[in-house]
Design a protein around this ligand. Structure first.
Ligand code: AMP
Length: 546
């Protein structure tokens, strides 16, 4: 017997329709790429998204065509996204921090037919456009007055282009399983892999993200997604914010501490989200200038492990609640959030920060387990760590073109490549990427744990831990440190600071000081490059062991 309920396909453009009907005047404020702060609202964004859809269709683009965007978070980017999806196209966000050759490779792999690009990245596109054979149209997200000279063929200023259409368009009636968007993983090894979202997965993900014990956002929030739309859908905020009708503040291309602080205060932002490196810049800016955060209530930190010192600073010094979150491009991206279950209602002080330090628990819509190398499920005891596997309606079932088949098993479990343990209350803690974990004397050492402790030292700006070959133990940890400006902590001081906070045999064998630690295009520490940098490094403990 089937249910007798309506078939109302979960389509992304319905989110924007809803926002335009229920919250038409809610503002969307952008720091434009041209410079000034510009204001619009959900009603106008929808009207302009309809024009985008109509123009794309007039140009001959069809359902299923991949239409790329290479752009910062702005209202124009949002309009382009919804316009692309509404005509049945597949938005494909490109990460401008990748090398031009990688971007060209990704565009060719996805066979992008058109590209919406910010002024910032036009020189980059001029370099690679000829290599992307499928590309027939470039739309520069600006107006005629700001349109520069360019060597590109078939290029047009966005405002002129949509100016030629009216908004008399009906969104395409699509199957909810139709592809809505694409995003390639940043892939520190091998070729990037394409994740293909569906309308259904994006809508379900947006709903799960909004839930009170997930991001917990509402129409009364003002949301600043610092996390870019090209980094895993701005963690879903480009869909969940219009879903609840929150005011949106889009930071454009400026993500330095000063620019972010300005938006947080002038727009009275209550909720924001980004990777730890962004917050490092903001905290430094605020400390230097003795500033406060009178409006901000919540900050979601993820993408890489949030150092405990960062959580403590936000909560103790600025009275801002930190939600540590974990996720992946393959998961749309939310996988877990460290909000507080009633089991910890009476927990306070350091013990509460211990919980907030974890990557949290999976909301409805994400199933999670950890297994050993033989795929046996490990107990949820907060100790035994193994491979973290997930499944759910917003988790990838395959990569575009069939790459990475070995990461998916017959029961739909996706092997995240992360190593983690889960405690008795369901709180998961990432201890490493499987390929970064240090194998010492047959046991595993978590590099993330060591980094978190090291970065808690007041003179340390950033820390990374890598395994160095060792004649006796296979591998031993090397702590690589960037010192804070004007500070000069010694190796002995740092090791003494770590002592007692971890098992003795986890203590790094040496400390190396560097000016800079390499990062990936999504702000993670690039351990592969760091390992190359320290190839052949001789640990002081190696000679005595040999
Ligand atoms: P991406 O798809 O670029 O967002 O990268 C996903 C990967 O980032 C995950 O598989 C983790 O290795 C890492 N990651 C994301 N969030 C966290 C977090 N809160 N703590 C530790 N690692 C994280």
């Amino acid at each position: 017997m089937l249910g007798l309920m309506q078939d109302w396909p979960l389509l992304c453009h319905k989110i924007l329709d809803h926002a335009a009907i229920q919250h038409p005047n809610r503002e969307i404020v952008s720091r434009s790429v041209e410079g000034p702060i510009v204001r619009t609202n959900y009603r106008d964004v929808r009207q302009r998204a309809l024009k985008v859809a109509k123009r794309l269709e007039q140009e001959g683009f069809q359902v299923g065509d991949r239409i790329a965007t290479l752009a910062w978070n702005t209202a124009r980017h949002l309009e382009a996204w919804y316009g692309i999806m509404g005509m049945g196209g597949v938005y494909h966000t490109l990460n401008p921090r990748l090398f031009p050759q990688q971007i060209a490779w990704i565009m060719n792999h996805a066979e992008d037919k058109a590209l919406f690009v910010d002024l910032t990245f036009l020189p980059l596109v001029e370099k690679i456009a000829a290599e992307v054979k499928s590309l027939t149209k470039v739309i520069v997200l600006t107006d005629g007055a700001n349109m520069p000279q360019t060597s590109l063929p078939d290029v047009v200023a966005y405002e002129n282009w949509i100016g030629e259409a009216d908004a008399d368009y009906r969104w395409k009636a699509l199957d909810e399983k139709a592809a809505s968007g694409m995003c390639y993983t940043s892939g520190t090894t091998g070729d990037p892999k394409g994740v293909v979202y569906s309308h259904r997965s994006n809508v379900i993900h947006a709903m799960l993200a909004c839930m009170p014990d997930a991001m917990g956002i509402s129409a009364r929030d003002t949301i600043l997604p610092v996390v870019p739309m090209f980094h895993a859908n701005a963690w879903g905020l480009a869909q969940s914010s219009p879903m609840v009708g929150a005011k949106l503040v889009m930071p454009g291309g400026r993500m330095d501490g000063e620019a972010i602080y300005e938006l947080l205060t002038t727009e009275k932002v209550t909720f924001t989200a980004a990777v730890p490196t962004v917050w490092l810049l903001l905290l430094q800016h605020m400390e230097k200038n003795d500033l406060k955060l009178p409006h901000l209530k919540k900050v979601v930190i993820g993408g890489s492990a949030c150092p405990r010192s960062m959580t403590e600073k936000f909560e103790k010094n600025y009275d801002v609640e930190v939600i540590h979150a974990w996720g992946m491009t393959e998961m749309s991206p939310l996988g877990s959030l460290a909000t507080i279950k009633p089991e910890y209602a009476a927990t306070t002080g350091d013990a509460l920060f211990d919980i907030k330090q974890t990557q949290g628990y999976a909301p409805f819509g994400v199933e999670m387990k950890v297994t050993d190398d033989e795929n046996n499920e490990l107990p949820w005891d907060g100790k035994k760590f193994g491979r973290l596997k997930v499944r759910g309606p917003a988790v990838a079932a395959a990569y575009y073109g069939g790459a990475g088949k070995e990461q998916f098993d017959a029961d739909n479990w996706f092997d995240t490549g992360d190593v983690a343990h889960i405690n008795e209350n369901g709180y998961m803690q990432i201890t490493d990427r499987a390929k970064d974990v240090i194998k010492s004397g047959g046991e595993w050492i978590s590099t993330i744990d060591l980094e978190n402790i090291a970065v808690g030292h007041p003179d340390v700006a950033e820390a990374a831990v890598i395994g160095i070959a060792h004649p006796k133990w296979d591998e031993r940890p090397l702590l690589v440190v960037v010192r804070k400006e004007g500070k000069n902590p010694s190796k002995e001081e740092l090791l003494a600071f770590m002592e007692g906070k971890i098992a003795k045999w986890w203590m790094p064998d040496d400390v190396a000081f560097v000016d800079e630690i390499p990062h990936t295009a999504t702000g993670k520490i690039q351990k592969t490059t760091l390992r190359d940098q320290f190839k052949g490094y001789e640990l002081p403990t190696a000679s005595s062991a040999a």
